[in-house]
Write a protein that binds this ligand. Structure first.
Ligand code: G6P
Length: 609
């Protein structure tokens, strides 16, 4: 999704803004732009379609300024084109970058056209810059102009605004889209994500809903939605500028796949004892709030939704708690009947997914007992809006296709199963069993990462195919869904997942030698049934690619390829087998020359509906 960076400093801010944009590339975008106030107090702007390095290539070598804003755009209103890229400028006087969507842009555009404003883009954003310019003419004060313009906007925004009439000032505002202020010494910054600013500061102020910030070199003054001056705390980030470096790895995704043993160990640290899960890990109020929970509603999007589906099997099977799981974009428009004492759980790597945030707000209206966020972004809107929080400690995930954030979500869900389950059907021995298994998990992931070469050997069977089918049963069905999603998002091969028992109700018609069929086959009570389903594929001339437990008797033959996986407990199998499917998608996509870390049309953090 779109990214914002801005700066007011004594030094030239162009390199800071460009580096900031590069650090936001992982969010997904299709065009980029930068505007600074130059030495002659004019607005200088460069924009381009494509990557930040293309923007960099277009920059005038003399472009310099001490106040500036920059943006990566992910097209919503108007196609990816230079004229639609931000910053947008009104009458050479006001420049603006915007994340979010202005819903009443068409009405505003008509009114502004009647007033003689010229439009140079198809975006919803351009109306904001005209609206602010109009007020600047009346007030001659940028802060007052922004404040006066905002009430006419309907929708979501994070904004950075500058004007050459006040060259040392930057005004920022947020409603519905995240924005942080970076605090420096004699310089200040804004960004949609702390990652953009880590090379210049580690001190951040997180703006609240409705805040407007007046940012100069020496001061940051914040006003709340009612216009009252407020103090917001400065927080020290623990992230370092190189935490997100790619190191020896060819792609972030590969690095992040290999980081999973450490990410899981970090997620468990201080959360488990020898036999028990510490429920304080969910927050100080956890013991009180969990006391009367009798059911769970999980809501999430994308990969996080798949984690939720696996969580349901665990919550029902181990804790005997009723659990429903739904994608946020559906949940938020449904009229669900809420059973008393239901815990509302959101799962999200970014904590900024617009649909998940809206679902959380709706859950509060609907009267869920309590809310819990399982999230990987400590200062995100989701974390701040939830009563209880369990942070996954995956560290920054840059690859758009989520890997370590997913497996750490699964670990977090097992911790939840333990603390809720002990109040229901989970025995102390059952909890100890979960804890011991979790301790062994990082080592098990290391082992399956050792199967990388075997997975790579399968690449030629997939690289030229148009479609693939993924099969699993029980907890392995959502694993198959995640494997199919990984393959389609980064290799652009159409992939579908089916619960293997459903094969004969439709997808079997598609099976032929051009449709590779991937099956996840750990050793569990459904294995025999899965094997019969695989026979159905073989009998139709399909070619099978099976990840099978070492103890399973699935034999290789001309139509059946098997990668033997070290034995693992059924409880951990979804996590262990997912890693193999991540590797498969990764290597197939590499062989196709795809843009692994920034797949086309996708974004890391989906901050619009
Ligand atoms: C985007 C990302 C996915 C992610 C989904 C949900 O589509 O590309 O990797 O699973 O959003 O995001 P969340 O941050 O809420 O987990």
């Amino acid at each position: 999704m779109c990214g914002i960076v801005g700066a007011v400093a004594q030094r030239n801010v162009v390199p800071i803004l460009i580096e900031g944009l590069k650090r936001l590339e992982y969010r997904g975008y299709d065009s980029a732009g930068i505007a600074v106030i130059d030495h002659e107090h004019c607005l200088a702007r460069t924009r381009s379609v494509g990557k930040v390095r293309e923007l960099e290539g277009r920059l005038d070598a003399h472009m310099e300024g001490t106040t500036g804003i920059a943006h990566t755009r992910w097209a919503t209103h108007g196609r990816p084109a230079t004229e639609n890229a931000h910053p947008h400028i009104c009458r050479k006087t006001v420049a603006l970058v915007h994340n979010g969507i202005i819903e009443n842009h068409a009405t505003l555009r008509r009114a502004q056209m009647q007033l003689g404003y010229e439009f140079t883009s198809e975006t919803d954003t351009e109306v904001i810059v005209h609206e602010i310019y109009r007020r600047l003419e009346e007030t001659s004060d940028l802060l007052a102009a922004v404040r006066a313009a905002l009430p006419s906007l309907r929708g979501a925004y994070a904004l950075g605004v500058i004007t050459n009439r006040e060259p040392d000032r930057l005004v920022a505002a947020r409603r519905g889209s995240p924005l942080v202020i970076g605090v420096g010494i004699g310089e200040h910054f804004i960004a949609s994500d702390v990652a953009a600013l880590l090379p210049v500061t580690q001190r951040f102020i997180f703006l609240e809903e409705g805040d407007i910030a007046d940012v100069t070199r020496d001061a940051v003054t914040i006003y709340d939605a009612q216009g009252a001056r407020v103090e917001r705390p400065i927080k020290q980030s623990k992230l370092s500028a190189d935490a997100a470096a790619r190191g020896e790895y060819r792609h972030y995704m590969l690095k992040e796949i290999h980081e999973q043993p450490r990410a899981i160990a970090d997620t468990l640290e201080n959360r488990i004892g020898l036999e028990r899960v510490y429920e304080q890990a969910f927050g100080h109020a956890a013991t009180d709030l969990f006391a009367d929970i009798e059911a769970v509603q999980i809501v999430a999007c994308g990969t996080s939704y798949h984690a939720g589906l696996i969580g349901r099997y665990w919550l029902e099977g181990l804790a005997s708690l009723p659990c429903t799981v739904e994608v946020a974009s559906e949940f938020r428009y449904r009229k669900p009947r809420v059973a008393p004492h239901t815990l509302f759980v959101t799962l999200s790597q970014s904590g900024e997914t617009a649909d998940t945030l809206a679902a959380l707000a709706y859950a509060r209206e609907l009267g869920f007992a309590h809310t819990l966020a399982i999230c990987n972004a400590p200062e995100s809107s989701l974390v701040r809006g939830s009563e209880l929080v369990l942070m996954t400690q995956a560290g920054p995930e840059i690859g758009v296709a989520s890997t370590k954030a997913f497996t750490t979500q699964l670990v977090a869900l097992l911790l939840l199963v333990a603390v809720l389950g002990r109040r229901h059907a989970l025995s102390p021995e059952g909890e100890t069993h979960i804890v011991q298994l979790l301790r062994s998990l990082p080592g098990q992931i290391e082992q399956v990462l050792g199967l990388d070469a075997a997975v790579q050997a399968w690449v030629p069977f997939f690289a030229n195919k148009q479609h693939a089918l993924f099969l699993g049963r029980g907890t392995q069905y959502p694993v198959a869904m995640e494997g199919a999603l990984k393959l389609k998002e980064i290799s652009y091969i159409h992939a579908e997942a089916y619960p293997a028992g459903e094969l004969k109700h439709g997808p079997l018609a598609l099976v032929d030698s051009d449709m590779p069929v991937v099956a996840v086959a750990p050793n569990n009570e459904l294995l025999e049934k899965l094997q019969s389903n695989l026979q159905e594929v073989r009998a139709r001339g399909g070619e099978l690619f099976v990840f099978a437990d070492a103890q399973n008797a699935i034999r290789e033959d001309a139509q059946t390829h098997v990668i033997t996986v070290p034995p693992t407990d059924d409880l951990l199998a979804p996590i262990v087998y997912t890693v193999l499917l991540q590797l498969l998608a990764y290597h197939v996509a590499v062989s196709k020359g795809a843009d692994i870390d920034q797949p086309r049309n996708l974004a890391k953090s989906v901050t619009v509906e």
